[in-house]
Ligand binder design. Structure first.
Ligand SMILES: Cc1ncc(COP(=O)(O)O)c(C=O)c1O
Length: 388
């Protein structure tokens, strides 16, 4: 890896922590049983490991283990939550509220439901990326069944006011789902205090393996119903069939346990690194910070750069750092980021943006190298632009 660029794309994914890998390995070989095998020790061993992760995840968000449904990741969890609620409650109403900066894994299931006749309100966000709570209050209708607002944005890191949104939804007896793919292990989450009814999680943004996630589904006050989207052997209390992927589940639990243990110190360390990077970059003129300056993930910095071409900027940064513009999932398309345009950025500024995702294994020395190279690249591109 030594000649690879410095990895600063931790919102796309993170490496598996060695401690997580060590915990997972026995479950590929000697402890390979199917957790649903109830008649022998191979199954019991696997089931005990799954139970342990269920307890870890539940404790991490102040839920109970029975409220955790394992999925293949946050995309599946979002689909299960949104389509599952839509199908279970469609007789009550067919209106769903969400916001413009959601990940496609929320927007697209909503758009799909639109084709089935559901009405979707996509609320704009304020210039800093935060939801406007009074707009949310005005968006409710008698037929609203679900509000879906993400915990932490994957591009600009903005943290939405979950407790306030939860209180508003509970007052109106409307279910509240949050996509916490980027938030788990990084910020405190509490489904009771925040009145969250459904929460999507994933392991691979928190130094766990890819291909494993979970949906929290509230069982009391209120008891949330979801229609399964994958049918089969009736696993996960019928909500998501399919043999549980024990090694990934073990890794998920271990990753969350480590992240929670280190959350306070990591928050301080990452905030310091982000500030250091921003202070260096903002010495240049006409560099804009995207998203709220403090109400954001500690490791997220997202900037737009005036006077440079977006593609040339990324190309210039590439030899030294692995960063992205927009989300990994949409960076294959040529459209500007829907998140950055939702903040009011022009198309040009949305293109000329860089997302820095600083993580557990980044150091101050790396941040200084990155800042120096980014500044030199921007200065050189601006100089070229004035010469043409
Ligand atoms: C906010 C958000 N939601 C959902 C997802 C999808 O998660 P997964 O890769 O686990 O399906 C991501 C990952 O890109 C994300 O950042």
């Amino acid at each position: 890896m030594s000649n690879h660029p410095i990895y600063l794309d931790c919102h796309a994914t993170t490496p598996v922590d060695e401690r997580v890998l060590a915990a997972m390995l026995p479950y590929f070989t000697e402890k390979f049983g199917n957790p649903s095998s109830i008649s022998h020790v191979y199954g019991w061993e696997a089931e005990a490991a799954v139970k342990q992760t269920r307890e870890t995840l539940a404790a991490a968000i102040n839920a109970t283990p029975e409220e955790i449904v394992f999925t293949s990741g946050a995309t599946e969890a979002n689909n299960l939550a949104i389509k599952g609620v839509a199908e279970a409650y469609f007789q009550k109403g067919q209106h769903i509220i969400t916001i413009a900066t959601e990940h496609n894994a929320v927007i697209d299931p909503c758009q799909y439901l639109k084709t089935l006749g559901f009405d979707i309100t996509i609320l704009p966000v304020k210039k800093d990326g935060l939801i406007d709570l009074s707009q949310l209050e005005r968006a409710f209708r008698p037929e609203t069944i679900l509000v879906s607002v993400m915990a932490a944005n994957n591009e600009i890191g903005v943290l939405q006011p979950l407790a306030e949104i939860g209180a508003i939804c509970r007052d109106r007896q409307v279910l509240f789902h949050t996509d916490a793919a980027q938030a788990i292990g990084k910020i405190p989450l509490d489904v009771q205090a925040m009145k969250i009814d459904l929460m999507s999680l994933t392991a691979h943004k928190a130094y766990g393996p890819k291909g494993i996630g979970a949906l929290y589904v509230r069982r009391r006050n209120p008891r949330v119903q979801i229609a399964p989207q994958q049918h089969g052997g009736g696993h996960e209390r019928g909500m998501r069939s399919g043999t549980l992927y024990t090694p990934q589940i073990v890794g998920f639990g271990q990753a969350v346990e480590i992240a929670l243990k280190e959350q306070n110190t990591e928050t301080q360390r990452l905030t310091h690194l982000r500030q250091r990077l921003w202070e260096a970059l903002s010495q240049l003129e006409k560099i804009h910070l995207n998203g709220h300056p403090t109400q954001r993930l500690p490791g997220n910095l997202n900037i737009s750069v005036e006077g440079v071409d977006g593609a040339a900027l990324l190309l210039g940064l590439q030899p030294v750092m692995a960063v992205s513009s927009g989300s990994a999932c949409s960076s294959a398309t040529t459209a500007p980021s829907h998140v950055l345009t939702a903040l009011g950025n022009s198309q040009q500024l949305a293109y000329a943006s860089v997302r820095f995702g600083i993580g557990r294994f980044n150091t101050e020395v790396e941040i200084d190298v990155v800042a120096k190279h980014a500044i030199a690249t921007i200065q050189s591109l601006r100089k070229q632009a004035t010469l043409v």
